[in-house]
Design a protein around this ligand. Structure first.
Ligand SMILES: Cc1cc2nc3c(=O)[nH]c(=O)nc-3n(C[C@H](O)[C@H](O)[C@H](O)COP(=O)(O)OP(=O)(O)OC[C@H]3O[C@@H](n4cnc5c(N)ncnc54)[C@H](O)[C@@H]3O)c2cc1C
Ligand code: FES
Length: 422
């Protein structure tokens, strides 16, 4: 999904433009090591942008003209031996720092150094990793126009899963955390069970080789690796289990390269390969705030995993599960959250249908699922929200929860079900 071929350099020079002091490190050297080498060799690699050319209208900083930005970028992606350069990235408001090379994305660099930031598709499609570049410049790589508009680029925003540094940077990320030390593995798996849960949803159980185990956080996803190099992302629908079984809920995309096979030719005992786990969508246990779990369609999959994990760890935070679907048949495991709510006073379940018909004989809530949350929780200032489903639902939910209900932006966590670019 993530393509390493970058597009034409489209730098972000954010507001305000600062006096950029650039440290260029050869790959493999830590900033400290480079500093020592500089000291030993008497090199001076500090080059202020203003010393190299006019970068802004004035020192206080305006957005510089595109020509000037280009000027800043020429020839800085590799050193004189063709090796990638390394830049320092400072993350605000925490002030934490990490090093990023010109040939890796900011997200990959952060993950490599034990830090994690919100992300979903890693494909420039979902916008979950979007943030403000406060100073310095980046190349936007494979950012897709619907996830990062030209206006947003001009305003200094970037998708950290695609953006590569072309200078030292200061970026904003309020949800920067230490990464859980979970290895990403590539494994074969055998299909143990294929069960039709709804006309367009199949549940798959994957069994790992006897000596293998996949460590993951409930809510994360895996990439199914297809024979021709394509990948397809699916959320893990269960919490980690002793027998290592992995559950997926797969919605049929008519004509879709992979899901068409799932619904036609795939059979029990087939072998597939995947890698994972991926993603930052999991219940953050450093908070005791009540939780809204918002699912659209098969977005229920990771929500199910999260609730299973909360029950397994005896987490007593209030969990309000909102599951939106078109018709009753699409609430393909309706009885499960009903049972959770019946057995646990801290769990509530509110199913919402957007296109219920008379056939459904539906006596429950109707309309758009995020609007049900807005009407039940006009004040979300003390909550966390975990939302999973279509990018459109995630987008409007975030906007209304933050702007109308006062949800702090950093308390909105999401996984948007975007589709692969190949
Ligand atoms: C992090 C993540 C987790 C995901 N988890 C799940 C999950 O648990 N369950 C699940 O059912 N799906 C999930 N998805 C979506 C799923 O990955 C895609 O639906 C799937 O890749 C489609 O593969 P395909 O080869 O059948 O279709 P493709 O051949 O990739 O697509 C064919 C065409 O169908 C359309 N299309 C494809 N997928 C979608 C879609 N999701 N919505 C609308 N139109 C689409 C596009 O126009 C596309 O060009 C997830 C996506 C992401 C990024
Ligand atoms: S756009 Fe970066 S993770 Fe989806």
């Amino acid at each position: 999904m993530q393509d390493d071929v970058g597009q034409t350099s489209q730098p972000v020079q954010a507001v305000p433009v600062i006096q950029i002091t650039r440290h260029r490190y050869r790959a493999g050297l830590t900033p400290g090591g480079m500093a020592r080498r500089i000291a030993q060799q008497g090199m001076n690699t500090d080059v202020s942008a203003t010393a190299r050319g006019k970068v802004g209208k004035d020192a206080a900083g305006d957005v510089p003209a595109a020509d000037n930005q280009d000027f800043l970028h020429v020839g800085i992606v590799a050193d004189d031996q063709g090796e990638p350069m390394r830049y320092q990235v400072t993350v605000q408001p925490s002030g934490r720092q990490f090093a990023a090379e010109t040939d890796e994305t900011l997200l990959d660099a952060a993950l490599r150094q034990g830090l994690t930031m919100p992300y979903g598709c890693k494909d420039g499609a979902c916008g979950a990793c979007k943030g403000q570049v406060m100073s310095g410049s980046v190349e936007h790589g494979m950012a897709q126009p619907h996830a990062l508009t030209d206006q947003e680029k001009t305003a200094g925003l970037a998708l950290y899963c695609c953006a590569r540094p072309t200078s030292d940077l200061t970026i904003e990320c309020k949800q920067l955390r230490s990464a859980h030390d979970i290895p990403v593995k590539t494994l074969p798996a055998r299909i143990e069970k294929l069960e039709r849960l709804a006309p367009d949803v199949i549940e798959i159980h994957l069994r790992l080789p006897a000596n293998e185990h996949l460590q993951f956080l409930a809510g994360q996803y895996i990439d199914i690796l297809l024979k021709d190099g394509r990948k397809r992302s699916f959320s893990l629908a269960n919490a980690p289990r002793d027998d290592g079984m992995l559950e997926l809920h797969i919605r049929h995309v008519p004509g879709g390269f992979f899901t068409e096979q799932v619904f036609t030719t795939m059979k029990v005992r087939d072998i597939m390969r995947f890698n994972g786990p991926h993603g930052s969508f999991h219940l953050h246990d450093d908070s005791s705030k009540p939780v809204i779990l918002l699912a659209g369609g098969t977005g229920f999959a990771p929500i199910k995993g999260i609730v299973e994990q909360a029950l397994a760890t005896d987490c007593k935070r209030p969990l309000h599960i909102y599951w939106g679907a078109k018709a009753r048949v699409d609430l393909y495991q309706h009885e499960l959250p009903e049972r959770w709510a019946a057995e646990h006073t801290h769990i509530k379940y509110i199913p919402v249908l957007s296109e219920a018909t008379a056939e459904d004989a539906w006596g429950g809530r109707c309309g758009l699922v995020h609007q049900a949350v807005v009407s039940d929780f006009p004040d979300l200032s003390g909550h966390q929200v975990y939302a999973c489903g279509s990018p459109v639902m995630i987008g409007v939910a975030k906007q209304e929860f933050v702007n109308v209900c006062g949800l702090p932006e950093e308390e909105f966590f999401s996984d948007a079900f975007t589709f692969a670019s190949n």
